[in-house]
Design a protein around this ligand. Structure first.
Ligand code: BGC
Length: 707
């Protein structure tokens, strides 16, 4: 439709119809609850206004799946609405829709933007075939505290990596350049703006309070980077920030998101967050809550219905808001037009069957799952030797199909390849026995067995939204199982599933080899089997530090220098009852043979404005596997006027290293890469020396002087 017609449509709309476009509800109000096809991801809100004609002014629907159902709702809506503006359907396909990929934290351990973009492209194809137009993803909230259940949805503790991976996913979902949505693409919704991952104490929905320097240098950075890919939507976060709930913050929404970060598309609240301004106790009633959110610039109210209930009174007191409302409605209409919904509002139900669980997506899911696993420890136990044919798999996850992780969307456990299934596919000659506990295993079987795989972890429901935990240690019964296995004197290795880093200090010495699999998704068993039977090598690297104990969280690699750096003294910045540092640091991850780095060269030892610096070196793969190696470059500023982190990641690259080959790598830094945000919020660099590190956080490979 021509833009002129969209403007005419806007002019024809009543105020009630405009407010409808700014309101989002669930599908049950139209066709009743269809359990398997409608999900609710938050508490119920009273259905005030959700009846009669008002229902047929609404702009969008959340949480409905399947082409048959989106079409039924759309058809009914279009029959009954006056102006016949098609509905938008929005959903949370956080790591896949029907084909489930690894959880985002797992995906981030690939460090590979190509993989994340592909995951998003495949997810978009499934969503669009189903009639869904907007995906509430990616989440780029920076995280440092694994007690927070939503770390599973994040890309870890580094702001640059989080921003870049979020950017790659936006590119994949939208499939078009510069914010254009291609035919089989969906709009990305970047979330949760802002700093939702910094809730005090790792408690979900909790208040956030930090300096502006901390915000602009770290917590705000991932959004700033990802916004460059022009997502169509941004979701505001539940939390307050320095005392003001973000949903009511003109400063956050208008000055920073719209102003500094130049986002000019659609802002949607989180689930019920407009109404929850009353719980924050900054709004005395629903009218005040709606007015605060409208003034802050929240274009669409998700699920609660306060805009619908109170707009007349609000606009009577504040007629100037009408202009902002018109601008928001226009954007929504233009977006619907861009998707071609006025011409074709329905999904193709035949196409949906062809697209879902397409073999290509399953292959990509297997590859992503393989690449996301991180080998944390290996005392020459993995891969399982080829001559070991009698294998026991034991533990709560031994034969489990519960490997999708939270936010599994339409993923079905029946579609999951379990570990025994994957092992059998990898090697038919294996004699596999699967037990939940060692006690279930007859003594004779144990006697005959060559190798034990211990499949442990945290149940998937224990991470995700609302699932903050004080205890992030492995269940004691599972620790007990590991000790029992150790006593058998058989060779063994552990594979672990979880949505967060767990605290393993109490058990790590009893684990000779540990492969961290996160929740790998639909292709779990195939991916893990290929790795542990040696048909490929793990290559994932951690994007979040593993604490030793629960109360060592938050823990992250780029903490600030202090006056008393951690050391053996009792007057140093450390916990006295715990070893210094994480159990496994950011960037850690082994392969089956050590990748070798050599020949470090630096193009110059002095640096001034306008110059660049190149670090060159060789990476050798002494193994029989072709693989992708992640190279991470950190800097350390030896003296600065404002305190800086001990290490700062500035560059990373994923490079292909064929078996038995050596490849040359060059990484280039500009003067800007050495700058930092100082205490007056200025990008600064002072003369002095910087150390450079590659992969290793302890030993510099070179240094350079800025003059
Ligand atoms: C979550 C969002 C999600 C929304 C819609 C909220 O509870 O915080 O991440 O997109 O629900 O399902």
């Amino acid at each position: 439709m021509e833009n002129r017609k969209i403007i005419e449509l806007l002019q024809e709309m009543t105020l009630a119809e405009k407010i409808g476009q700014l309101s989002q509800t669930t599908g049950e109000h139209y066709i009743g609850k269809v359990d398997s096809e409608m999900v609710e991801t938050g508490p119920d809100f009273p259905a005030h206004m959700l009846e009669g004609d008002t229902l047929y002014t609404m702009g969008s629907i959340i949480g409905v799946s399947s082409a048959g159902i989106t079409n039924r709702i759309q058809r009914q809506y279009l029959e009954r609405s006056r102006l016949k503006v098609p509905l938008l359907f929005m959903h949370d396909a956080i790591h896949g829709y029907k084909t489930i990929f690894p959880i985002p934290l797992g995906l981030s351990c690939t460090w590979d933007e190509r993989i994340l973009q592909q995951v998003a492209e495949d997810t978009a194809s499934e969503l669009r075939a189903t009639g869904i137009h907007v995906n509430f993803s990616p989440m780029v909230d920076l995280v440092r505290d694994s007690r927070w259940g939503r770390v599973m949805e994040s890309f870890g503790e580094d702001h640059l990596l989080s921003g870049n991976l979020g950017r790659a996913m936006i590119r994949g979902y939208q499939k078009g350049e510069h914010g254009v949505i291609a035919d089989s693409g969906v709009a990305a919704c970047l979330k949760h703006f802002a700093a939702y991952g910094a809730g005090i104490g790792g408690k979900d929905y909790n208040a956030v309070d930090m300096s502006w320097r901390e915000f602009y240098a770290y917590y705000g950075k991932p959004y700033e980077i990802a916004l460059q890919e022009k997502p169509k939507f941004v979701m505001s976060s539940f939390n307050s920030f320095s005392g003001i709930p973000v949903t009511a913050s003109e400063e956050m929404m208008k000055e920073i998101l719209r102003g500094t970060y130049q986002f000019d598309e659609i802002i949607i609240s989180d689930w019920g967050a407009v109404s929850e301004l009353q719980n924050h106790r900054i709004a005395a009633d629903g009218k005040e809550a709606a007015e605060l959110a409208l003034k802050a610039g929240i274009d669409i109210e998700m699920v609660s219905t306060l805009y619908l209930q109170h707009y007349e009174e609000i606009l009577a007191n504040n007629p100037a808001l009408l202009q902002e409302i018109d601008a928001a409605v226009l954007k929504i209409l233009q977006f619907k037009n861009e998707l071609g919904l006025f011409e074709n509002p329905y999904a193709d139900e035949d196409l949906e069957h062809e697209v879902l669980l397409n073999p290509r997506f399953l292959e990509n899911a297997k590859n992503a799952a393989k690449r996301s696993c991180v080998l944390l420890k290996n005392e020459q136990m993995l891969p399982i030797k080829q001559e070991y044919k009698n294998i026991i798999i034991v533990g709560p996850f031994a034969g489990s199909n519960q490997l999708l992780g939270n936010w599994k969307c339409k993923g079905s456990f029946d579609d999951v390849v379990t570990l025994p299934e994957g092992m059998k596919r990898a090697d038919e000659s294996l004699n596999l026995q699967v037990y939940e506990t060692l006690k279930d295993c007859p003594a004779s079987r144990l006697e005959q067995c060559d190798f034990i795989v211990v499949a442990i972890g945290e149940q998937w429901e224990l991470s995700g939204e609302g699932h903050s935990s004080v205890n992030i240690e492995l269940e004691s019964s599972q620790q007990q199982l590991i000790r029992e296995v150790k006593q058998t004197n058989k060779p063994y290795a552990c594979i672990c599933f979880s949505g967060r880093p767990l605290a393993l200090q109490n058990i790590i010495d009893d684990i000779p080899a540990l492969l961290w699999c996160w929740y790998p998704g639909t292709q779990a068993g195939n991916a893990i089997a290929e790795l542990i039977t040696g048909r490929g090598t793990p290559t994932g690297k951690l994007t979040m530090s593993f604490p030793r104990h629960s109360s060592q969280a938050p823990i992250y690699y780029n903490e600030y220098s202090t006056g008393r750096p951690a050391n053996e003294s009792s007057y140093s910045s450390r916990y006295q009852d715990c070893e210094i540092g994480p159990l496994f640091p950011f960037g850690h991850g082994l392969t089956y043979t050590d990748t070798q780095y050599s020949g470090f060269r630096i193009s110059r030892h002095d640096l001034t404005d306008g110059q660049e610096l190149t670090i060159s070196f060789e990476v050798s793969n002494p193994s029989k596997y072709d693989y992708d190696e992640t190279v991470i470059l950190y800097i350390e500023d030896l003296v600065s006027r404002a305190v800086r982190p001990i290490r700062e990641m500035k560059k990373y690259r994923v490079i292909s290293v064929p078996a038995y080959q050596t490849v040359s790598v060059q990484m280039t830094l500009s003067v800007d890469d050495f700058r930092y945000l100082d205490h007056q919020l200025q990008q600064t660099i002072e003369p002095g020396k910087f150390n450079i590190y590659i992969n290793d956080l302890q030993t510099p490979i070179a240094s350079v002087e800025y003059r």
